[in-house]
Design a binder for this molecule. Structure first.
Ligand code: XUL
Length: 515
């Protein structure tokens, strides 16, 4: 059996899989807010940072680990676990002094975990991915790197506020003394893996690429980026590694306290998005996942380390090999709900109008579907712009909005150079057949719906099983199920959407002043 752990923003989740029977034998979570209320982080972070800081107490994650294993060990036989994989919310960082590894080696199983780790923290709190306090550091890093274009070509992303490099820089500037006491920097993922292994575990290529420090071409820390980010940064990071190459073995703390077997291997942990890609069965190029949420997110595997020439998308390592991209569109459900409310409709109208009533109008009426500032493309839109060939009616506006959203996704994912052969839709709005059909038609790709609850923890378990020699494709066939039949694109609309994409792109350039 293989255990996958995911330390996300709000909870620590475990999924145990048994490849022999094809069953998920146990799923369990510790919710930081509910189960550990003394950390006063109801949503998993410390609210109200004055300058956009969003931090969490790393001891909360440690305590959650102790609690989760306590619960797991009374629910299931942990002596059957052969290996552990894991993931964490991306970008968050933990700062430790030179005693960290020795403290891990000396952990006493008769005592609680957190007080034994606490003295090694050289910074009491950890900035997490929601932190937006590093605008200045992003500008400084981009300038020193020779511009964002250059930085993106090397590291896969423009200097990005939540990314670890700018966060490290801000800490080193603000508290040079604590910085000088910092001997090791971990991501949330590698921090948890280290505690399990009883020694510092490396950061993997998936999570490591979310730091503005990894050179995608050789998958090593880029010496120049380390140098411009903070003084003496290089020795504080272990060389990055693949998540599917075992690095450690479970520490005595866990074997004695929770009866895990002494030969249970540990994979380097990865980021939650790379783990989800594996857990959704989408880690081979050709699969494109679109998550329809408050913001819409597109992620997809790609064989080569191509980067977004516009710097909107991010490139991370793919635990299954190669790379992946993640592109966030801020005007997701925000825009769908704004139009629904403006027109006084309900979701069933979206289904009906978009699916059937307006089919003859496909591609005729363009809408730039942005009700507020967008990040892909980066522009301060105030309201949607409509260029209609017909008199606008609510049903035509719904179709134009949805087409606009999927055209925008198609346009801004073209740089990946991967032709999708399967769209996997997830998130609230994906259940709506009308919306799903527009996605299939605009991308000219069959659409399947997936349930992604616990996809990161499941992906982590699949990574552990793969590291132990199981075939990932076979595991994914067993464990990553789609729900319901697939929706086929209307092939007669192929040329039409090809032309519409050009028109949409021209209109966007015109409105954002690119040309
Ligand atoms: C990705 C990102 C988030 C976190 C959330 O860049 O910031 O998806 O990984 O868990």
């Amino acid at each position: 059996m293989f255990l996958g752990l995911d330390s996300s923003t709000q909870s620590l989740t475990a999924v145990i899989i048994d490849p022999a029977s094809g069953a998920i034998t146990c799923q369990m979570a510790v919710n930081f807010g509910k189960d550990l209320p003394h950390f006063q982080s109801p949503s998993g972070f410390i609210p109200d940072g004055p300058h956009g800081e969003v931090h969490a107490n790393p001891l909360m994650w440690v305590e959650a680990l102790d609690l989760l294993f306590t619960r797991l060990s009374s629910a299931t036989d942990l002596s059957l676990i052969r290996a552990i994989g894991g993931s964490g919310q991306q970008h968050g960082s933990v700062y430790l002094d030179a005693t960290f590894d020795q403290r891990l080696a000396d952990l006493d199983p008769t005592k609680a975990l957190s007080p034994q780790v606490a003295p090694a923290l050289s910074r009491a709190t950890s900035p997490i991915w929601m932190d937006t306090s590093t605008g200045t550091e992003c500008r400084e890093i981009a300038r020193a790197a020779g511009g964002n274009k250059k930085l993106c070509q090397i590291s896969g992303s423009n200097a990005t506020e939540r990314f670890t490099g700018p966060q490290i820089r801000r800490f080193s500037k603000a508290d040079p003394l604590a910085w000088s006491h910092t001997a090791r920097i971990h991501l949330v993922s590698s921090f948890i893996a280290s505690i399990l292994a009883g020694e510092s575990m490396p950061i993997d290529f998936g999570d490591g690429a979310g730091m503005n420090l990894l050179n995608l071409a050789d998958l090593r820390w880029d010496p120049r980026l380390l140098e411009i980010t903070a003084p003496d940064l290089a020795p504080k990071l272990l060389p990055p590694q693949s998540a599917t190459d075992f690095r450690g073995t479970i520490s005595r703390y866990f074997t004695e306290k929770f009866r895990l077997p002494a030969d249970c291997r540990i994979c380097p942990f990865t980021g939650d998005n790379p783990a989800s890609l594996v857990g959704m069965g989408a880690s081979t190029p050709g699969n494109v996942v679109i998550s329809l949420g408050t913001s819409d997110t597109l992620f997809a595997a790609m064989p080569d380390p191509l980067t977004d020439p516009n710097g909107f998308g991010h490139v991370f390592g793919n635990p299954a090999g190669g790379f992946m991209s993640i592109i966030v569109f801020r005007n997701g459900s925000l825009a769908r709900e704004a139009l629904r409310d403006a027109l006084g409709l309900d979701w069933s109208a979206f289904d009906k109008e978009a699916l059937s009533t307006t089919k003859a109008s496909a591609g005729m009426n363009l809408m730039l579907p942005f009700f507020g500032p967008e990040i892909t493309p980066r522009f301060d839109f105030e309201e949607p712009f409509m260029d209609f060939q017909e008199e606008p009616t609510p049903d035509l506006e719904v179709r134009a909005l949805l087409e606009g959203q999927f055209l925008n996704m198609r346009l801004h994912s073209e740089w990946m150079g991967v032709k999708p052969n399967r769209l996997l839709l997830t998130g609230g709005a994906s259940k709506n057949d009308g919306i799903a059909q527009v996605a299939a038609d605009v991308f000219q790709t069959p659409v399947e719906r997936i349930d992604v609850s616990n996809s990161a923890a499941l992906g982590a378990a699949l990574i552990a099983a793969t590291a132990a020699g199981h075939d990932l494709a076979t595991l994914q066939e067993t464990f990553c199920r789609v729900s319901g039949p697939s929706l086929q694109p209307d092939r007669s609309l192929e040329d039409l959407y090809e032309d519409t994409l050009d028109d949409f792109s021209d209109l966007l350039d015109e409105m954002t002043g690119v040309k």
